[in-house]
Design a protein around this ligand. Sequence first.
Ligand code: PHE
Length: 392
Amino acid sequence: MLRNTTPKPKTRLLRAFAAILVCASLGSNRIAAFAQAKDPILVGHYASTSGAEATFGKSTDNGILMAVAERNAAGGVKGRPLQVITYDDQGKQSEAATVVTRLITKDKVVALLGEVASSRSLAGGRLAQRYGIPMVTPSSTNPEVTKIGDMIFRVCFIDPFQGEVCAKFAMQRGWKKAAVLYDKTQAYSTGLNTNFTESYPKLGGTIVARETYGGGDSDFGAQLTNIRAAAPDVIFIPGYYSDVGNIAIQARKLGLAMPLLGTDGWDSSKLAETAGNVLEGCCFSNHYSHEEARPAVKDFVEKYKARFGGETPDGLAALGYDAALVLFAAMDRAPSLAGRDIAKELAATKEFAGVTGTITIDSGRNANKSAVMLEFKQGQWRYAATIEPDGK
Ligand code: PHE
């Protein structure tokens, strides 16, 4: 009787009162079970769905929503439907902290998904750890994020590996002299500057210039002029797509014709839209390519296109989907939805078959996975290579 849908307010009150009386005779544990049997399980997602990195948040949210829809169609988790509450942090670190606090203290989510950008995951992650709410970042690659503590996980590789991948790829292409241009305001970018600088000389490369910018800057003329004087074979730019687009356009105007080499922060359809005419031969490392022949990729791309009006899923959509499914699988196995129990099962994730590869969470709460290189050819990002971590 209590499961009838949409009773009138007065009837609802009476029923709630009756339920309390029934529960009172059942004991406290069973009260919770009785009252919540079909309530949705709330999961929070914090993301940049507006601002300079809006495609990061939107793609990730799409991937998460698709995972939720699939799990709900298959009965949800523990017999309850899943519900995701997504808040926009506008791409701002302070806002990330605000919305994570709201998700935890007001909405009472049992777990968090997010963020994409490492600096924002650092801000949100510290709060998640403090409140004991498990967080899975789909795509933040800076090592410091999971070092926050035992509540913080990721389903992607980390930047010491990504920096090495780019160094290896540069040497494979015969780019022996590199300039580095990085965003000094982002943990992601400063970290990759360090990681690339550690790997590249070991492989025989030389860094001939190093310049910085601040995310959102509009004029990169001074830095690019310095880089031009050093005559590198390649410019390594571990930044986010909106800045990279402006940098690429300005570099070509200044006569810098060498390839630009980037990292996962380039992954947005907006980059080709704004700078497509100057990107030929440029490459970046990423977590997946929609062109990969793996059946899991084909299946995902097809389903995603059908759901989102023919849109091709980027790496963030795939990682959002994987992160959500890894979290839900941990919830399935956990004896309860208490933070500690979910975190314990997240840590035990082994050989999870994801779209972005096989996910095993290691002792540092990271995933050891391969990277792909993409190359811009005739107006499109094409799959160029897969680079495995050492020992795989
Ligand atoms: N790895 C980036 C970071 O840590 C985020 C990112 C991942 C962006 C994948 C695009 C694609 O900030």
